[in-house]
Design a protein around this ligand. Structure first.
Ligand code: C5P
Length: 333
């Protein structure tokens, strides 16, 4: 719901949290597990495209939303931000009486994990509001109960993700890396994109999974070893590129197994990617499950130029410049 005027979360005592979008520099997807999720071997990066989330004491749990796509989002249990407040309240043994306000700037259903970002922000914000004393690692463990991408958005930076994406380990990275995020009209539902990948693989029109199946994570443990193989590790070339400060090196290592599935569902994305490369991007790739597309630029000026060109050529609805890595959900002073 859209709301104007003074918000409960503007009151003294309210906690404001800034939370970034995520992109995947590498997204290797295995065959579906018995629980329906796909095992992932991914490298996440948090980028400077932010939602702002306010939390304040209230007589009951309430959610208001403004900004991008506000009118299309549920404000009840279906919203992950509401479930995040309930989950933390339950674990802390407090009543979930909080007014949450989301100011949305991250495009919806775009492969940038905007909904997961809001849930991460609510965990961090309510932990501060309620004096929960949970560490970031404890909040990340709790976040795994909400969604595959939520733990990373608690941690931020650059990180290796395994399991179904919820097991995250920080990875050292130089930077800033300069990105253009080309946003398409309308979203793509993540489950549909994963299903499409399975269909393409069954038909032999997408490469078979390189990643072996992994068992569900041990309770409180780290990623289990891949069955019949070794635990997924960040490829040496990607690790070296991340340390190198050379965008051309990083460009050569970017990959996304979901890209053929997103393009099969939205063939116009091919034009966006081609236009990005023609405009001088070092690499162009679908972001996560899409339909947002990413261009890696040589520097900030190049990113601004590529974004302007993509907008001029009308191959996307909007093009944002962003840099990464940035911190995960952070309480604002
Ligand atoms: O974990 P999250 O709720 O974000 O996942 C949304 C959906 O995306 C899942 O229900 C599933 O269909 C798909 N998914 C998957 N494998 C993953 C992550 C997500 O199949 N590793």
């Amino acid at each position: 719901m859209t709301q104007s005027g003074a918000l409960p979360t503007d009151r003294p005592g309210a906690v404001r949290v800034r939370v970034p979008a995520k992109i995947n520099l590498r997204l290797s997807v295995g065959a579906p597990r018995p629980d329906g999720f796909h095992p992932l071997d991914t490298v996440y990066q948090a980028v400077s495209l932010y939602d702002e989330v306010g939390v304040a004491p209230a007589d009951r749990l309430r959610l208001t939303i403004d900004g991008v796509g506000a009118d299309t989002l549920p404000t009840d249990q279906r919203n992950l931000a509401v479930r995040a407040a309930q989950l933390l309240a339950d674990r802390l043994g407090v009543a979930p009486n909080v007014a949450i306000h989301l100011h949305k700037r991250i495009p919806l259903a775009g492969g940038l994990a905007g909904g997961s970002a809001d849930a991460a922000a609510v965990l961090v914000g309510c932990n501060a509001l309620w004096g929960g004393g949970r560490t970031r690692a404890q909040l990340a463990a709790l976040a795994a109960e909400l969604g595959s991408d939520v733990p990373f958005l608690v941690i931020g930076g650059t990180a290796h993700g395994t399991g179904r994406g919820e097991l995250v380990d920080p990875v050292p990275s130089a930077g800033p890396w300069h990105w253009v995020v080309a946003v398409a009209d309308g979203g793509l539902p993540t489950p549909q994109v994963y299903r499409q990948l399975d269909v393409l693989r069954a038909a032999g029109t997408a490469p078979p999974p390189a990643l072996r199946d992994t068992a569900p994570p041990a309770l409180g443990g780290t990623a289990p070893p891949a069955l019949g193989g070794t635990a997924p590790a960040v490829p040496d070339r990607l690790l070296a590129a991340l340390r190198s400060d050379d965008p051309a090196e990083l460009a050569a290592t970017l990959s996304n197994d979901l890209q053929p599935a997103s393009i099969a569902l939205r063939p116009a994305l091919r034009r966006t990617l081609d236009a990005g490369l023609a405009a001088g991007a070092l690499a162009a790739m679908v972001s996560g499950s899409g339909p947002s597309c990413l261009c890696l630029a040589a520097d900030a000026a190049d990113a601004a130029r590529i974004a302007a060109e993509l907008t001029d050529r009308a191959v996307c609805s909007t093009a944002h410049v962003a840099f990464g890595p940035v911190a995960g959900a952070t309480v604002l002073p």
